[in-house]
Ligand binder design. Structure first.
Ligand SMILES: Cc1cc2nc3c(=O)[nH]c(=O)nc-3n(C[C@H](O)[C@H](O)[C@H](O)COP(=O)(O)OP(=O)(O)OC[C@H]3O[C@@H](n4cnc5c(N)ncnc54)[C@H](O)[C@@H]3O)c2cc1C
Length: 443
């Protein structure tokens, strides 16, 4: 961790996590500094627990495509002239013309990962990889909270490092979710581990996979296992009747526009619930229509040939899975007649989704200073800052965990460029007011 180039050794901004959200923020910060007087420049540092940049590495399946236009890259919606855009990346890689001929707005996930890595390597804002943040605690004096200490652990050691910040941006991303009671093992794992896990399997080791879930990840895992292990059965088990298509039609897609954030933020709780109910299927428990067609094509072809490897167990709930060492016994309830049966499998993959990392986990000592609404949830302002009580002269900003207040794009890539700009502007405004000698206390 570098010593900040500031008078008092305090960073203006410390980012927790360095996924696409904070990468976008680092670039916005760099571009803000380039456009500012030296006196208004902000000093930032990012802390990332991975040893190097990585985005959804376990699901970088060869043929998986992005579910967002390449124009919603890290910068373009904020600054189309930025040299951190996807087109600059393509130019740098010598593929710009080839990409145009491709006539596709949705690059492969593998290519977008390469773009993110390229941007992370070019950014000049320091990133301390291999540093896991444990907590953020307040530093107080007679004026109130004057700084935040970000406590992190150097991964693989007992060493703790403490970094002082005026503002912290928590962008810790998503964490995988398995149903209550599931005990993971070498034979039972979450879909986010897919590529690491199957790299260690040999083709003959597995006769039957069970994949639990009916969302995009589940469908991708089913398709990938079915193609890769061409002698194995793949059983897709879910409670729905069939895979449901993701709605990516143009009018609905406007819910991911930058303007939609303000509309959602300003809406009443009732209207927020309505919007979420109408449009959850843009993102949750929904599958790209092309992939549904591809799975059905394979399913039908196997009926034709009589060699059925792809099995779809719809209206079925997995009640339990037990790893007996030699294999897994999966207990399944049919929702048709509530009958319960056992299915023997070699590997069970829970493609049962993700949830946003709860920022409260970092904030124990500060939580008494944070405002809550009548439902007991933390209040988040339009500029993504936690609303704080009393004399708190520091900002705690959230990226990713604001779906409740800022809408469906919160955990996605769609709004990364604009949100980063809003956060940098908010931090710059308070920092510059304070530097010019006015009070920086936020009530
Ligand atoms: C398989 C998959 C595919 C997806 N595809 C798309 C897509 O095509 N389009 C789209 O819009 N969205 C997609 N998403 C949604 C996804 O949330 C975003 O793509 C993106 O990951 C959000 O970026 P982020 O920086 O908020 O979170 P993340 O990418 O999760 O990054 C968070 C980072 O924080 C780090 N971190 C966490 N805790 C700590 C800690 N305590 N200390 C230090 N570092 C920490 C993590 O290691 C990670 O690097 C996809 C999600 C998945 C799971």
């Amino acid at each position: 961790v570098e010593t900040p180039d500031t008078i008092d050794g305090i960073y203006d901004l410390v980012g927790i996590g360095f996924g696409p959200a904070n990468l976008g923020l680092a670039i916005a910060l760099e571009e803000h500094n380039a456009a500012s007087d030296h006196a208004d420049a902000l000093c930032g540092l990012f802390l990332e627990r991975q040893e190097k940049f990585g985005w959804q590495r376990g699901m970088l399946i060869d043929d998986a495509r992005m579910q967002v236009s390449f124009l919603k890259d890290l910068v373009t919606l904020r600054n189309p002239g930025s040299d951190f855009g996807f087109l600059s990346y393509l130019q740098d890689r010598g593929r710009l013309v080839d990409f145009v001929n491709h006539q596709n707005f949705f690059p492969s996930r593998v290519e977008f990962h390469d773009y993110f890595e390229w941007a992370a390597a070019r950014s000049r804002v320091p990133v301390a990889y291999g540093h896991e943040v444990l907590q953020v605690r307040p530093v107080t004096d007679e004026r109130g909270v004057v700084a935040l200490e970000v406590v992190c652990q150097s991964v693989g050691t007992e060493d703790q490092v403490v970094v002082a910040a005026r503002n912290v941006v928590i962008s810790a991303g998503l964490e995988p979710v398995v149903p209550d009671g599931v005990v993971t093992s070498d034979r039972i794992w979450h879909s986010n581990e897919l590529l690491d896990r199957i790299e260690k399997l040999r083709a003959g080791d597995v006769r039957r996979f069970v994949v639990v879930g009916a969302g995009q990840s589940a469908a991708e895992v089913v398709a990938h296992l079915h193609r890769t292990f061409d002698n194995a059965e793949v059983w897709s088990v879910f409670t729905r009747y069939g895979y449901t298509p993701a709605d990516d039609s143009p009018f609905v897609n406007r819910i991911f526009d930058p303007d939609a954030v303000q509309t959602y933020f300003a809406a009443s709780a009732t209207v927020k619930d309505m919007l979420m109910g109408y449009h959850r299927n843009t993102n949750y428990s929904a599958v790209d229509a092309d992939l549904i067609d591809e799975l059905y094509r394979r399913f039908y072809q196997e009926k034709v040939t009589g060699r059925q490897r792809l099995h779809v167990l719809n209206m079925s709930r997995v009640l339990a899975s037990r790893d007996g060492g030699e294999g897994v016994s999966v207990t399944i309830e049919s929702l048709r007649d509530n009958s319960v049966s056992e299915l023997a499998a070699d590997i069970v993959v829970y493609a049962t989704g993700y949830r946003s990392v709860n920022p409260e986990g970092f904030l124990h000592e500060i939580l008494p200073l944070c405002r809550r609404n009548t439902d007991g949830q933390l209040c988040v302002e339009r500029d993504y800052r936690l609303s704080t009580l009393g004399d708190v002269g520091c900002g705690i900003y959230l990226q990713g965990s604001t779906e409740r207040t800022h809408g469906l794009s919160s955990s996605l890539l769609s709004n990364v460029a604009i949100r980063a700009d809003e956060i940098v502007r908010s931090i710059a405004e308070v920092t510059n007011t304070s530097r010019r000698g006015k009070s920086s206390v936020r009530a």
